[in-house]
Write a protein that binds this ligand. Structure first.
Ligand code: SF4
Ligand code: SF4
Length: 154
């Protein structure tokens, strides 16, 4: 019988730094602009990505200075679990914080670093850079809460 993986046995705040970092599948969905309905607080995702995102690697181009350069960029840690709901429903941190399992396309489960892109979870290839957009509201999209597939664009 094989041992259970750490993400199924530990709470987020019990993980060491390496385990915590390995949860991020690098989808970059948290780098998409979101809009909130003032009346209902409903959150809408857009196809528009932060100006600091490298669209080829889906990595932040200035991670160390991101909070200064992009004040809206949320820094996540095991201690500030209240921000998890601001992350996409497919985000590993949010899933685990809600007591859910990691999906089959997560690299920790699949063993394949490319499985995020193959499953359509990575925003590489369909996100639009911030500086190419006039009005973010014109680029609202739908993200399937279970599969995380981009279902419609503009
Ligand atoms: S949404 Fe979550 S898993 Fe995806 S890049 Fe952001 S922190 Fe990592
Ligand atoms: S500053 Fe970096 S990590 Fe933050 S949203 Fe922009 S690209 Fe993503």
């Amino acid at each position: 019988m094989s041992a259970q993986p750490f993400w199924e046995t530990k709470k987020l705040h019990e993980m060491n730094m390496q385990e915590w970092e390995s949860l991020c599948e690098g989808c970059a969905r948290c780098c998409l602009f979101k809009l909130e309905d003032e009346d209902t607080n409903e959150l809408f995702y857009t196809q528009v990505a932060c100006k600091l995102l490298d669209h080829k690697t889906c990595q932040c181009t200035d991670y160390m200075n991101r909070s200064t350069l992009v004040p809206d960029c949320i820094t996540m840690s095991p201690e500030n679990s209240e921000v998890f709901s601001w992350f996409p429903p497919t985000c590993a941190y949010r899933l685990l914080s809600e007591g859910k399992k990691l999906p089959g396309w997560h690299p920790l489960v699949s063993g394949d670093p490319e499985s995020v892109r193959k499953a359509g979870i990575s925003i590489g290839g369909w996100a639009i850079p911030e500086d190419e957009v006039d009005d973010v509201e014109d680029h609202i999209i739908e993200l399937d809460p279970d599969e995380g597939i981009k279902k419609s664009g503009t």
